[in-house]
Each structure stands twice: as C-alpha cells, then as structure tokens.
Design a protein around this ligand. Sequence first.
Ligand SMILES: *Cc1c(COP(=O)(O)O)cnc(C)c1O
Length: 390
Amino acid sequence: MISSVLPTYNRAPIAFASGAGSWLTTTGGERYLDLGAGIAVNALGHAHPRLVSVLSDQAARLWHVSNLYQIPEQQRLADLLVAETFADTVFFTNSGTEAAELAIKMVRKYWHEKGQPDRNLILTFEGAFHGRSTGAIAAAGSEKMVKGFGPLMPGFQSLPWGDHDALRAALTDQVAAVLIEPVQGEGGIRTVPDQCLKGLRDLCDTTGALLVFDEVQCGMGRTGRLFAHEWAGITPDIMMVAKGIGGGFPLGAVLATENAASGMVAGSHGSTYGGNPLGCAVGAAVMETVADPAFLAEVNRKAGLFRQGLESLVARHPDVFEAVRGQGLMLGLKCRAANTDVVNAAYAQHLLTVPAADNVLRLLPALNIPDEDIAEALTRLDAAAAGLTP
Ligand SMILES: *Cc1c(COP(=O)(O)O)cnc(C)c1O
C-alpha cells in the first residue's frame, strides 16, 4: 500500500524534534551535528534567537494579507536586497523553483517586448539544477529529472560543462539568455572559475543575451561573499535566490536590473503567498545579519579553518576521499568510496552531510557554525572515514 506521504523521497530513518545552532536532537533524544543545514537553508543555524524573536513578533501581529495591498515588511526586504546588490527590483517567491519560473518568464517577456518574440532560447549547463517545476526540469534537462515527464517545455539547450568552444558556438545573437549556477550545488559543488564568469559576461554583452545566475544554493553568504558572483567582479541581469534567504522560512526571490525587468508590469506575474509579512520579516533579519561585512569575514575565516581540516582528512584517508572542492562554507569532498556510504558512515557518527552528483559529499554548515563544532565535525568525519577504509 502506498504510504500516506507520497513516496518521492529516500529518507534516512531519523526524525528530529528540536535544534539549536548546529545541533539537532532526535525524537529519541540523540544529538546530531548538522553539516547539511537543511540543504543550505538554515544559514544561521537552528532556532537562532533573533530569527525566533522576529518570527514570533511578526506572528503575533500579522501573517498574511495578499499582494492586493502594500506590505511594509516586503518593501523593507526588497530595499535591503537592492541596496546590497546589482539589482534595481525584486519579486518574492516561496521557493527556488518558483524563482526559476519567474526568471524564465522574465527573459521571454523581455525579448517579446523588444519585438523579438522568437528570441526565446535559454542556454543552460550539464549538471545544473534549477528546481522541480516543469520549466525548471526542462531548463536543467537532466535525464533523471525529466524522464517520464514529457513533453518538456521547449526553449532550452544544455551545454557541456566547461566547454568554451561549445558555448561560443551556441551563444549566437539569437540566444535570449544564459542561465548558470556560479557554483553548482546538486551537480557536485562545481565552481565556475572567476575568469569563466567574466568571459560569459563579456559574451552576453556582445550578443545582448541576458545573464541569469541561479544563486539559490550558493548565494546569501554561503561562499563568503553575499553572492557568489561577487568573487568574479561581475554582475548578472537577473538572479534567483532562495534557500538561505529565509533562514529556514520558505522564501525565495528574483532580483533584476531595471532593464531586464522592463517587460514585467502589473498583471504579468504574481503569487498569493510570495512576499508575505512573516517570510519577509524573517528574511530582513537574515539579510541584516549576513550582509554585515564582519559576518562575511567570519564566514571566510571559518571556511579557511574547515578547509584546512578537510585537506588533511583527504591526506589521511586517500582510499575514501579524493579532493576538497567549493568555496567558503559551500564545500564538497570528492569521494573515492561511494558518497552514499560516506553519508551513512557519518550518520553512524551522528553527523549530517548531504550527497551530491559526481560522487561528492556536500558540507553546508550554518554560516555561523562555532569553531569547536567545526573541529568536532572533522573528528567525526575522520571516524566515519576510518570505518570505511578497507
Ligand atoms: C534547491 C535549488 C533550487 C530549487 O529550490 P526549491 O526551493 O527546492 O524549489 C534551484 N536552484 C538551485 C541551484 C538549488 O540548489
């Protein structure tokens, strides 16, 4: 008989009852050290006192009014995002996949309004992940996600990873946009080198294609800058954000320049829940915390500490691990053992990690993880690896 919850997930047999910082406690009272942070969502850890207080205050005041009215909390978060980024304007969603939908619609509408409605091809990259809507699976185009769900939405071409010639050949002046994760998350913590992001920006400037970054996973301080593309010193025309921006509350956003957003007018897009007072009040508290240069400096310092520890772990367990990859606190261990075996060995050490494609183990701790928890995580990873060494 089918389970009462649609069986679309392979869940570990663990259930948590509470959390604090980088620790989770199961319903049976066992403590786990959390290096997954709800897949890069709990950017400030669990039950962060400021977020709890902002959420409870807002909950006692007002949850939802709809976008028929002004929403001061939404306005405030939009102003913060515009002040801290390339963007001139922001639309709020409840998830990453909804952000992908709007990004795609915005691109299409842009060219429609420019009198080139046939200019609707969006280039994407192998290994990409942009969400689970019909549009987002068509965009990413991975066999695993699209099989059985056809006919797929047309208008996408997936390019091989890191193939500059293929990109140059495909990026004609008929291409509407290029959609890329500056650091692939699900794809296995694969960082696009700064030089390549710069080159991509140049190519888009030459052909007029809009450059769309999916920073759903790598954004909001994860790589040690507020947004990952800042490392490359360039900006996109449109950017998708979600995961960390709500600190655990479902929240996403599409950020855009005035030009890229110029096709979007009253009635061209909407969302009942998007930008609700609860989510935006929490999002503003997350933004104020994470955008602080002192906070980001700490992320980078902690990342250095963690990375150094991971490098020596790789050296100590060459049969289990191959290399460290990633940036900031978006780290991956390329495994020699099966990454799922490493995830399970880590469970046995009461340590939570996340598998990714390319046989990578993802380490996405809370951005404010204390140094002693990093040290403890390394000890537990070492024990997990020791158990796997043949
Ligand atoms: C998680 C993710 C998404 C989808 O976000 P959901 O909130 O799960 O819809 C899109 N893009 C990237 C890069 C992601 O990591």
